[in-house]
Design a protein around this ligand. Structure first.
Ligand SMILES: [Zn+2]
Length: 283
């Protein structure tokens, strides 16, 4: 071991220290400014794989080669740290590299912009919808995470369209269908969670009222006679209901009062009356 050998950094540790040294921010975060393009908002996801190897993904579209070329860094550095320290390497090879001022407002991880984690909604075992809320403004922000081919959770859907995701709680809905139990088809993950806590099987689709995903719903509910759609009683909700009717996914409809959604209907009428309404329809 020479005097210059870095102290026990694996490839991931070395690479992260190199990003620190060249000024890619924000330091300490998993998603950093990408050296491959003029990246103001952090979009380079830097993961740690098996044996400490580096897993890179630029959400703006740079391939790994382009990211490494900008750092004058050979591909081998993703698997094995250099004997040179990251600071020395940056000084020797990355002198011309600059980044625009860090902009955390428009994109990047919501947690980096003062948002607080509120809830997480799994779509199967590979996709998650994450809900953040700002503690001061109350603003809500939704983002996706998915499992990449290496099994790590990373931001975004890596190109998977929301239409290709399963229905929300699809496995539970499958059980309900097998037992002949009513399935409540509603418009948001939060409504599904509230109804399931109240003892109902419920589901929705990825993407909200504006983009009804017929295919994943048909996969679990095609021709199922005990589906009850509870739309949001507003214009987007009624439009979504029309789409579900056309697709044959609305054998029964329970309409909340104007302005209400399924969860608010349940809260207003109470669990007993709610149960009577559903049972009258699906008996
Ligand atoms: Zn990039």
């Amino acid at each position: 071991m020479t005097a210059h050998a870095p102290a026990r950094l694996d490839a991931h540790g070395w690479f992260v220290a190199l990003l620190d040294a060249v000024g890619s921010g924000p330091i300490g975060k998993r998603v950093r400014q990408c050296p491959g393009h003029g990246d103001g908002a952090p979009s380079l996801s830097v993961g740690r794989g098996e044996d400490g190897r580096v897993l890179l993904h630029c959400h703006a579209g740079c391939d790994t080669r382009k990211v490494l070329a900008a750092l004058r860094c050979p591909m081998a550095r993703l698997f094995k740290p250099a004997t040179t320290t990251p600071v020395r390497f940056a000084r020797m090879f990355c002198g011309g590299l600059t980044f625009p001022p860090l902009d955390m407002r428009g994109s990047g991880h919501p947690g980096g912009r003062g948002y607080r984690f509120e809830s997480e909604h799994p779509y199967g075992d590979r996709w998650w919808l994450i809900r953040h809320r700002h503690p001061v403004t109350g603003a809500k922000e939704l983002s996706w995470e998915c499992r990449n081919p290496d099994g790590l959770r990373v931001p975004g859907l890596l190109g998977t369209p929301t239409a290709a995701l399963p229905a929300y709680m699809a496995a539970e809905v499958g059980k309900a269908v097998a037992m002949g139990e009513p399935v409540l088809l509603v418009e948001s993950e939060s409504s599904v969670d509230a109804l399931m806590r109240a003892g109902w099987y419920a589901t929705t689709w990825a993407g909200g009222a504006a983009s009804v995903q017929v295919r994943p719903l048909r996969a679990v509910l095609a021709d199922y006679p005990h589906t009850v759609v509870i739309p949001d009683h507003d214009d987007p909700g009624l439009a979504a209901l029309a789409t579900l009717r056309t697709a044959g996914l609305a054998p029964h409809v329970l309409m909340p009062d104007p302005g209400e959604d399924a969860r608010e209907l349940l809260a207003r009428v109470g669990p007993g009356a709610f149960r009577s309404l559903i049972e009258e329809m699906t008996r």
